[in-house]
Design a protein around this ligand. Structure first.
Ligand code: HSE
Length: 437
């Protein structure tokens, strides 16, 4: 390493430009903390890239080898996104002897253990704090601060866009599309927002946290994933009447039989809960650990500034390891093959919990009795019920909303599929889980 820590960026979109800005704005403090200045030495941009970083043209290359294979680069930072090419370039960088920082949650969710095995084999660091929770130091917390304890559960909000949309719909009565547009303009939605609102982005992040916290190999597809697109404005209003707010939750919980419950879905949480107060694009991670008990991290989980904080701090950490010749100082312990096991997923129907249900039905005698009858036959007990009866004449559609006592999810699904077949039910039931928050 020369008298500077020379960084090569692969990609320079929103986060990359945040990294350029932060390393410039905080250059003196970073130098003081690391003992060397950090210099952005070169940036690879795909020929098709629309990014226009404020850098001299001489620092920009359209050949990734000028970053990952160059002698004058000490650390490679991958911020391109995507899985195929980004994965190949990270492998190439490690094989060329460069430690790597990445914010690529989709890639890590699918291939973290392979890439980390390669980094270990090469004796190099691969850091990824920015991949989960943007600027929130949750990876470091799991890897370092909780290295002595056993995690039992993670309950989190991991997608800022979904949280922003639900918060705006609730606070300002906005429609879904308008709230999504606001999130996109603010720069924290993914290029393809279906990853945000469909739950895929949060599932990627939960997969990474689960692997770190529980030492298991899993694929994102093994996580129950439901997006927020089924939450209508009317559900938000009904939830309020019962004292709840909607939150996009990501949950990993360990059960005594060694299985893990892994779920990403919108849920109602009590409006007095801590989770309910994590609004707009904020993320939060509630960790429960055996000796520690509860620990809560909350902050900005998306956007150029917060994400750049994690990326540049990883660069500094790796720089410290390079200077001290201690690459691998903080081993990615959970990823060592000898301590990893295949995940055992808890049966989806086994969850025991309360539910919100909304039925759109014809307003005629006996309909409610039929719904209540089926719920009773499936051992699902009703705790609260409201029906709004607008005066729209005979056979008008009305909304019946009820909250259940704790019930098995399998029984709830069975009841709802039977109710959906009833002749006077106008639309498939909406059901959402109620969580403690
Ligand atoms: N699209 C993500 C979010 C941003 O909304 O949380 C960073 O992962």
């Amino acid at each position: 390493m020369s008298t500077e820590l020379r960084v090569g960026l692969l990609g320079c979109g929103v986060v990359g430009q945040g990294v350029l800005r932060l390393s410039q704005d905080n250059a003196r403090a970073i130098e003081a903390r690391l003992g060397r200045p950090v210099r952005i030495q070169r940036v690879y941009l795909r020929p098709t890239s629309k990014a226009r970083p404020h850098l001299p043209a001489a620092l920009i290359s359209d050949d990734p080898r000028h970053v990952y294979a160059a002698d004058d680069i000490d650390i490679v930072v991958e911020l391109m996104g995507g899985i195929e090419t980004a994965g190949q370039l990270i492998e190439a960088a490690l094989r060329a002897g460069k430690p790597v920082v990445t914010a690529n949650k989709a890639l890590l969710a699918e291939r973290a253990h392979e890439l980390i095995a390669l980094a270990n084999q090469c004796g190099l660091d691969l850091y990824f704090e920015a991949a989960v929770g943007g600027g929130i130091p949750v990876i470091r917390t799991l890897r370092e601060s909780l290295a002595s304890d056993g995690v039992t559960a993670i309950r989190a909000i991991l997608n800022g866009t979904s949280n922003y949309i639900l918060s705006q719909m609730s606070r300002r009565g906005l429609g879904f599309a308008e709230a999504l547009k606001g999130a996109q303009e603010a720069g924290f939605a993914e290029a393809d927002p279906t990853l945000d609102v469909g739950g895929g982005d949060a599932a990627h992040k939960l997969a990474i946290l689960t692997t770190l916290a529980f030492g298991v190999r899993l694929k994102t597809a093994q996580i129950i994933t439901e997006g927020i697109t089924n939450v209508d404005a009317i559900d938000i209003q009904f939830a309020k009447r019962f004292g709840y707010v909607f939150k996009p939750l990501a949950i990993a919980e360990a059960f005594e039989d060694g299985s893990l419950g892994l779920r990403v879905h919108p849920a109602l949480v009590p409006e007095s809960s801590i989770m309910a107060h994590v609004t707009d694009a904020l993320n939060t991670v509630h960790i429960a650990a055996e000796a520690l008990g509860p620990c809560i991290l909350t902050g900005r989980g998306a956007g150029a500034g917060p994400t750049a904080v994690s990326v540049v701090s990883d660069v500094i950490d790796i720089g410290r390891n390079l200077l001290a010749k201690t690459a691998g100082r903080v081993p990615q312990r959970a990823f060592r093959e000898e301590v990893m096991s295949d995940v055992r997923i808890r049966d989806r129907g086994a969850r025991q919990g309360e539910f919100y249900m909304r039925f759109t039905v014809e307003d005629r005698p006996g309909v409610l009795a039929e719904i209540a009858g089926i719920l009773g036959q499936e051992s699902v007990s009703i705790a609260h019920l409201v029906q709004d009866a607008p005066d729209q004449g005979a056979n008008a559609a009305v909304e019946v909303v009820l909250l259940t006592h704790a019930a098995r999810e399998a029984a709830v699904e069975q009841a709802l599929s039977r109710i959906d077949q009833l002749p006077h039910v106008r639309a498939p039931a909406r059901r959402f889980r109620i969580e403690e928050g």
